[in-house]
Ligand binder design. Structure first.
Ligand code: PEP
Ligand code: MG
Length: 874
């Protein structure tokens, strides 16, 4: 099998191959070469080789080095240089590149191919000994770091010595002979720590470097990043070996990174940074602060113009915003990378809409292009204008990733992770972030760095996650030892709260009040397109008029689940509820329920009004009764006092309601079987509210839903009771109009799905309660799953948390069976889903496939579900 794909003037073998095989970087290098952009020649070693490497006890496959030698010889011919030559050596970079980009996660080695002799050759060929020794010392350092796992500081001490000797403070001021001495010193450091001399054979360097890149695929930080990003099923990383070009050959050279459009706002304006006389990683690492690309014409007009042309070429070719890396060697521009640019949700929406306007893509493509989950960022809070005007602004950094974050300071990734796990909101404060920090960055509500640019590691990673980040706030002096920051003479520690504005870059003292987002014009436009394509309706899970209204503003087309139990916890209601539970006779129970009735009726009226003209699924009481009783002595005493009973009575009743497996106990429709009066009160409240609405010309469309049904008989009996109450109330109220009340059930017990044809006889609709259905299908307690779920995910026993994303192979079968069997009896049976999965894009895709009528999710996820439903349909 072919292991190496060449790209260059001679041939571009990788063009049209898959990302899975060549990785994103390799594929795009081939593509850019093929469309005539200036790309230094090189070759890509496939991900299959990486896979083989791991399957073969971490050994490179036979024949690989021969294929590589052939590819190198093609490069040599093209460039008229020779690998390891002592006159004019060919030097290469070695980089990783998986199918999914993993910023900063994998290792890179530059200047590979240099040895003692080749360095002399390079010095002569470039007439620049300083440059040659600088390249060599960088190679030894990177090689030691990446291939041998040596710590960076082992080299740093040697560098400091040289700087002292030459009485300079900046690296760039060390003269050529100093760098030559440094190379010798570095070789000694290398030999001491690696236990062998720095390899002089360029092919040996290349082989070790390739192995190191493969090895980096399974480092803890790479594994952790893939876990967080849920990147699974890849073979491994590809390796790109490419001839070097130099941005550090003097003042006419430089290097940069850019986005073809603004990745924060989406504005169609070339956006990037460059550093004069610098090499590769200097920009990304955030060591020196780069200049914006807009300043480039002052330095080199022609290159700036050429870059703008390349922006056009790339965008019209890829029809996507690109993230590029480039280097200018003595005034000549080279492209080193292009890939689809990561962007904020706001930018994603704007770019998609703009590209439709520019006729680069169709409306359909625009809908498909925005990751549904990224809409969260458009729904994010920001700071209240008044509050932020009054805020105590401490410093200003770069607006690296938008949003508003308020939290206490944390100085290490581990601390941020630990405190976030305890429920604390923390802001991770670092001089600059490195890939080792990803866990902590993920756990933090916001990230603040004191150095680094808009494309530094922190910025890129935060933006990908839609996490608020302020980078390069130079006024913030961080003392990691004392765990304090000092800003213009003021000091803040781990207990202090700061507010970060990722949209302006401001760092503010204390808690600044935030506000809900307002949705922009582009957002509405995109949602409008999505609505044209989707088949699934989108409802919301809401149990208050306010939530209902908000959800409707977000486009909800009704309520798919109103959990009535939530209403019983407010104010006085809990007291009446508890009185009802304590009651020993039906009569006393009815008396207590009578007091609850007006509250319920009022809630329902408000919700029906908010959802005027749209269906509202009201679920009858579901949780076990003991959930409404206090379990601590003190609270039990208080309750007894309030109800005028003995504390022992409360204690006794609580104990008698105790269950070993409450989730499998006396809950759901079983409550209605035992206590029909609860069902009667709730149905009465629903019907009376509907009648009141009808009298006010409000179109209430209640759907009464019976939870936790496992047999058709349960639903038959309870349906009869519900119908009887409806009839009774209508008669009592002498209501003459038409109430169109549906009666249906949740399918959340596997048996209900298995016998859905029988259940459907008595149901006007089904709603899949996939939280319980998942719980009972897997046998995982939904409340205790976190005791073992992390181990399952770590060990690849599960790909995702099945409570977050529907297990389509297992639980999904029950859903599909429920739909099919249900509709075999009632062709037009209305079917939806109201478990948490109703707001998860991949679960929504499944719901669309199996023919559900609607999904229902929390209000903030409604726009996400609308977009995901459209994407599922396209
Ligand atoms: C479900 O089980 O999926 C459901 C929606 O009900 P609850 O989460 O209230 O048990
Ligand atoms: Mg349930």
């Amino acid at each position: 099998k072919k292991m190496v794909y060449y790209f260059g003037k001679t041939k571009t073998e990788g063009r049209g191959k898959s990302k899975a095989l060549l990785g994103g970087k390799g594929l795009n290098l081939a593509e850019m070469t093929a469309i005539g952009l200036p790309v230094p020649p090189g070759f890509t070693i496939t991900t299959e080789v990486c896979d083989g490497y791991y399957k073969n006890k971490q050994k490179l496959p036979a024949g690989l080095m021969d294929e590589i030698r052939k590819a190198v010889s093609v490069m040599e011919k093209e460039l008229k240089k020779k690998f390891g030559d002592d006159a004019n050596p060919l030097l290469v970079s070695v980089r990783s590149g998986a199918a999914v980009s993993m910023p900063g996660m994998m290792n890179t080695i530059l200047n590979l191919g240099l040895n003692d002799e080749a360095t002399e050759g390079l010095a002569k060929a470039t007439n620049n000994p300083r440059f040659a020794y600088d390249a060599y010392r960088r190679l030894i350092n990177m090689f030691g770091d990446v291939v041998m796992g040596m710590e960076h500081h082992t080299f740093e001490a040697a560098f400091d010595k040289i700087k002292k000797k030459y009485k300079v403070s900046e690296d760039t001021d060390v003269p050529a002979e100093g760098l030559k001495e440094l190379c010798d010193a570095y070789k000694k450091v290398f030999e001491k720590h690696a236990g062998e001399p720095f390899p002089q054979d360029p092919y040996k360097q290349l082989q070790l470097a390739i192995e190191a890149v493969f090895g980096s695929w399974n480092t803890p930080r790479a594994v952790s990043y893939r876990q967080i990003e849920n990147i699974r099923g890849l073979l491994g990383t590809a390796v790109n070996v490419q001839s070097m070009v130099y941005g550090n050959m003097g003042e006419d050279s430089g290097t940069g990174v850019a986005f073809t459009r603004n990745p924060n706002t989406g504005e169609n304006k070339f956006f990037g940074e460059f550093l004069i006389n610098a090499q590769g990683e200097d920009v990304v690492a955030g060591i020196r602060t780069p200049q914006p690309v807009a300043e480039m014409p002052k330095w080199n007009k022609a290159v700036h113009k050429q870059l703008l042309e390349i922006k056009q070429t790339l965008e019209s070719h890829y029809k996507e915003m690109q993230d590029i890396e480039f280097t200018i060697e003595k005034g000549t521009l080279f492209m080193l990378q292009t890939r689809t640019g990561k962007r904020t949700g706001v930018a994603a929406v704007k770019i998609a809409c703009d590209m439709v306007k520019e006729k680069l893509i169709t409306q359909k493509e625009a809908v498909l292009r925005v990751p549904a989950n990224d809409l969260t960022q458009l729904l994010l809070p920001s700071f209240k204008t008044t509050a932020r005007n009054a805020a105590d602004v401490l410093a200003r950094g770069l607006p690296a990733s938008p949003g508003a974050a308020v939290g206490k300071l944390s100085f290490t990734a581990a601390d941020a992770k630990a405190r976030a796990a305890e429920g604390e909101k923390v802001i991770l404060v670092r001089k600059e972030t490195s890939p080792e920090d990803v866990d902590g960055m993920h756990a933090a509500v916001g990230i603040l760095t004191s150095t680094g640019g808009m494309t530094s590691h922190a910025a890129v990673v935060a933006r990908g996650w839609g996490k608020c980040c302020v980078a390069g706030a130079g006024d913030v002096k961080i003392n990691e030892k004392t765990k304090k920051i000092t800003v213009n003479g003021r000091t803040f520690g781990a207990k202090d709260v700061l507010s970060l504005d990722g949209t302006t870059g401001e760092v503010m003292a204390g808690e600044v009040e935030t506000q809900e987002p307002t949705l922009s014009g582009d957002f509405a436009k995109l949602m409008g397109w999505a609505d044209q394509y989707r088949r699934l309706k989108v409802r919301t899970n809401a149990d208050s008029p306010a939530d209902s209204k908000r959800a409707r503003d977000f486009g909800a087309e009704g309520i798919g689940l109103c959990r009535t139990e939530h209403m019983f916890f407010e104010g006085d209601r809990i007291t009446h509820m508890r009185a009802m539970i304590l009651a020993e006779t039906e009569k006393d129970r009815r008396a207590a329920l009578k007091k609850l009735l007006p509250f319920q009726r009022k809630d329902f009226e408000g919700i029906f009004k908010a959802m005027n003209g749209l269906p509202v699924t009201v679920r009858l009481l579901d949780p076990p009764l003991h959930e409404f009783l206090p379990h601590e002595d003190k609270a039990q005493k208080e309750m007894a006092q309030e109800l005028g009973v003995k504390p022992s009575e409360v204690k006794q009743r609580t104990e008698s309601l105790h269950e070993s497996n409450p989730m499998l106990g006396h809950r759901g429709c079983r409550l209605s079987v035992t206590y029909p009066e609860i069902l009667e009160m709730q149905v009465r409240a629903i019907v009376e509210a509907a009648i009141r609405c009808a009298n006010k010309n409000i179109d209430a469309q209640p759907e009464i839903m019976i939870p936790l049904v496992g047999t058709a008989a349960e639903l038959r009996v309870l349906r009869e009771r519900v119908e009887a109450v409806i009839e009774e109330v209508v008669a009592q109220k002498k209501f003459e109009g038409k109430l169109n009340i549906l009666i249906g059930t949740m399918i959340e017990i596997p048996r209900a799905a298995l016998t859905a044809d029988e259940v459907a006889e008595y149901a006007d609709f089904f709603s899949f309660g996939t939280n319980d259905l998942t719980q009972m299908t897997f046998g995982y307690s939904r409340d205790d799953v976190n005791t073992f779920l992390p181990d399952y995910l770590d060990n690849d026993l599960l790909n995702v948390d099945p409570f977050q994303s529907l297990d389509t192979t297992g639980v999904g079968q029950l859903v599909e069976m429920g739909v099919t069997k249900g509709r075999s009896v009632k062709k037009k049976l209305k079917v939806g889903i109201c478990g948490e999965h109703g707001g998860d894009p991949s679960s929504i895709d499944f719901c669309n496939q199996v023919g559900l009528d609607y999904v229902s999710c929390s209000p903030f996820r409604v726009p996400i579900a609308r977009l995901a439903a459209a994407q599922a349909a396209l």
